[in-house]
Ligand binder design. Structure first.
Ligand SMILES: Nc1ncnc2c1ncn2[C@@H]1O[C@H](COP(=O)(O)OP(=O)(O)OP(=O)(O)O)[C@@H](O)[C@H]1O
Ligand SMILES: [Mg+2]
Length: 252
C-alpha cells in the first residue's frame, strides 16, 4: 500500500454568498479504504464531494489526489486522474439507452476503448455487476428509483476509477435493495478501489466503512472508527437527534 493518501484535503472550504457550506476540512483517505461521510441535511457532504471532483471550486484550501495538487482543476481533469462520482440527483443522458449511458463512461475512461461495439459490451458487464442485467435497452426515464441510482453507480464504475465517491446511492432504496449495494462496495474495495460513501443509512455506513467523517455545519465534527463515531454523544446530538436515540431505546 502506498504511503501517499489517494485523497488529501487541506483546509478545504467553500462559501456561497454569506454561507460557509464547507469549512476548513483537512482529511486523508489512504489507498484501499472506505470512508463513510455522514452529517445532517445541509452539513456540506455533497459540497465536499463537489470540491474533490472539481464540480465546485474551493474558496480556500487544497485538494490532492495521489499527492498531486489538483485544487480547482476541471472535472474532466480530475476524472482523468482516476476519480469518479455519482450525483445525489441522478443525471442520466436522457436521449440514450441505459447501456449507452454506461458506454459513454467506458469510452471516456482512461483505461477504456474507443470502439463503440467494445464499449457497449463492456457496459453490459458493468450493468451486470450493479444488478441491472437485462435493463440495457431501456430509456433511463423508465427506471425505478433503485435502478436509477444503480445506473449512477454504473456510470461512475464505467470510468474504472481508483477513487470512487458515492453521494447517497442508497437513498430511497428498500431494506432488501441495500444489501446488494453494500456487497458491491465490498467487492470494489477488495479490488483496491478507494471509496467515499456519503449516506444517511447508518446500517450501510457501519457495514462498509473503515473510518467515518462527520460533517456538521460544514466543519469536521469528529472522525475515526465507525462504532466509536456513531456512539459519540456529540454525533448523536448533532446528527442522529432525538428520533434516533428514541429508536435505539425502543430496540433494546
Ligand atoms: N450551489 C449552491 N449555491 C448556494 N448554496 C449552496 C449551493 N450548494 C449547496 N449550498 C448550500 O450549502 C449547504 C451545504 O449543502 P450540501 O448540499 O453540501 O449539504 P449535504 O450535506 O449534501 O445535505 P443533504 O444531506 O441534504 O444532501 C446547504 O446550506 C446548501 O443549501
Ligand atoms: Mg447532499
Amino acid at each position: 500500500m502506498s504511503a501517499v493518501p489517494v485523497l488529501e484535503t487541506r483546509g478545504l472550504g467553500r462559501r456561497f454568498g454569506g454561507l460557509q457550506a464547507v469549512s476548513d476540512v483537512s482529511f486523508s483517505v489512504p489507498a484501499g479504504q472506505v470512508l463513510g461521510v455522514i452529517g445532517p441535511n445541509g452539513a456540506g457532504k455533497s459540497t465536499f464531494i463537489n470540491l474533490v471532483t472539481g464540480h465546485t471550486k474551493p474558496s480556500e484550501g487544497r485538494v490532492l489526489i495521489d499527492g498531486k495538487d489538483l485544487t480547482g482543476a476541471r472535472p474532466w481533469v480530475i476524472a482523468q486522474a482516476g476519480v469518479a462520482r455519482t450525483f445525489q440527483i441522478v443525471k442520466p443522458f436522457r436521449g440514450m439507452s441505459v447501456r449507452e449511458n454506461v458506454a459513454v463512461g467506458i469510452l471516456y475512461g482512461s483505461n477504456g476503448t474507443n470502439v463503440m461495439s467494445k464499449a457497449l459490451k463492456a457496459a453490459e458487464e458493468v450493468l451486470e455487476e450493479v444488478g441491472m442485467a437485462g435493463l440495457g435497452d431501456r430509456p433511463p426515464g423508465e427506471l425505478s428509483v433503485a435502478d436509477a441510482r444503480r445506473l449512477e453507480f454504473a456510470k461512475a464504475l464505467a470510468l474504472r476509477p481508483r477513487l470512487l465517491l458515492l453521494d447517497e446511492v442508497m437513498a430511497g432504496l428498500r431494506h432488501t435493495e441495500i444489501e446488494p449495494s453494500l456487497e458491491l462496495i465490498r467487492k470494489l474495495k477488495a479490488r483496491g478501489i478507494t471509496i467515499i460513501v456519503v449516506e444517511h443509512v447508518m446500517k450501510a455506513i457501519l457495514a462498509v466503512s473503515d473510518q467515518v467523517l462527520v460533517l456538521h455545519q460544514g466543519k469536521v465534527l469528529t472522525s475515526g472508527d465507525p462504532r466509536d463515531v456513531l456512539s459519540d454523544p456529540r454525533v448523536i446530538e448533532a446528527y442522529l437527534g432525538h428520533r434516533y436515540v428514541k429508536r435505539r431505546e425502543g430496540e433494546s
